[in-house]
Design a protein around this ligand. Sequence first.
Ligand SMILES: NC(=O)c1ccc[n+]([C@@H]2O[C@H](COP(=O)([O-])OP(=O)(O)OC[C@H]3O[C@@H](n4cnc5c(N)ncnc54)[C@H](OP(=O)(O)O)[C@@H]3O)[C@@H](O)[C@H]2O)c1
Length: 340
Amino acid sequence: MSTDKDRIEQVALGAEGPEAGVQGLGCMGMSFAYGPTDESEARATLERALELGVTLYDTADMYGSGENEKFIAPFIRAHREQVVLATKFGIVLDPENPSHRGIRNDRAYLRDCVEGSLRRLGVDVIDLYYMHRRDVNVPIEETVGAMAELVQEGKVKHLGLSEVTGEELRAAHAVHPITALQSEWSIFSRDVERTAVPAAAELGTAFVPYSPLGRGFLTGSFTNATSELTADDFRRTMPRFTGDNAAANTALLEPVRSIADARGATLGQIALAWVQQRAQMHGLPVVPIPGTRKRSRVEENTAATRITLTDEELALLEPIADKVAGARYPDMSLSSASRE
Ligand SMILES: NC(=O)c1ccc[n+]([C@@H]2O[C@H](COP(=O)([O-])OP(=O)(O)OC[C@H]3O[C@@H](n4cnc5c(N)ncnc54)[C@H](OP(=O)(O)O)[C@@H]3O)[C@@H](O)[C@H]2O)c1
């Protein structure tokens, strides 16, 4: 059971957005990318998160080719009025080549995607619908215009974008208010601070940092992905998890560990407190979405919302990102950083 003191605070997701718990839950790993899942524990994690005040649940049509939306659907339907349901379109998987990622942002594709998500989730409306990646062959104004039609038709309540630059966010927002920008942001990944963060702060767009735990790396759980991750774990292909990079990046966690030890906290909690605080320093409404499939971890992660780092602690963490070995993705061409 949780007491009121365990429950996290609520925040408005931007000027016109819905209210949500100050931390959300990334559901991707329950069906995709991070190796085998204990499904009953994952379902219990969804419920436990809600008890703790987590209301923003994040999925995408491409997570497990629709399987993740189907997996969370019964939970979402059982608590429809309490949850803020977020899903995404725009990344096209190739069944013949599982590591390949295509991108489509055109209206016809979008309209197919939204129907598929609504069907798999078993809901009438999606609370927050994101464009997952930017297809540079389609003007962003055109895509957001087509997404705005979905709002007018009542299929979607709010719009979001993922991995866009500040300039792209401004152009999109001029067509229809963008409630949330979801991009990678953590102690290890700070490229968003160049253009996306200032633009979001200026426009009143909330920030939803994804992979705030550096895909688990910031919890101190990994040193050598090849031996520590299962064969189907996507992180085996990620530059930061592999070979010499993993060892070099583990050494960078020392200040995170010393702060955690001094506070009786975990490394992951320090990482989550950091991103929440950095965003607030920029004047942003922020809801990080750590991903976990375990109840004990959702308890640990939500408790991090009650940690405030001192200026001295923030200063110790400041130099880390510039020293990280390896890019965020094996192919950075799909990221916002590649277009800045
Ligand atoms: N927009 C995008 O392009 C994009 C990209 C990636 C992710 N996302 C979204 O963001 C969400 C979060 O990102 P993410 O899952 O990639 O990375 P993350 O939240 O940084 O890390 C998740 C990993 O950390 C582990 N973990 C979580 N809490 C932990 C704790 N307290 N102690 C130790 N390990 C812990 C999880 O394992 P267990 O599950 O076993 O606990 C999982 O392996 C995803 O679920 C997805 O919804 C969006």
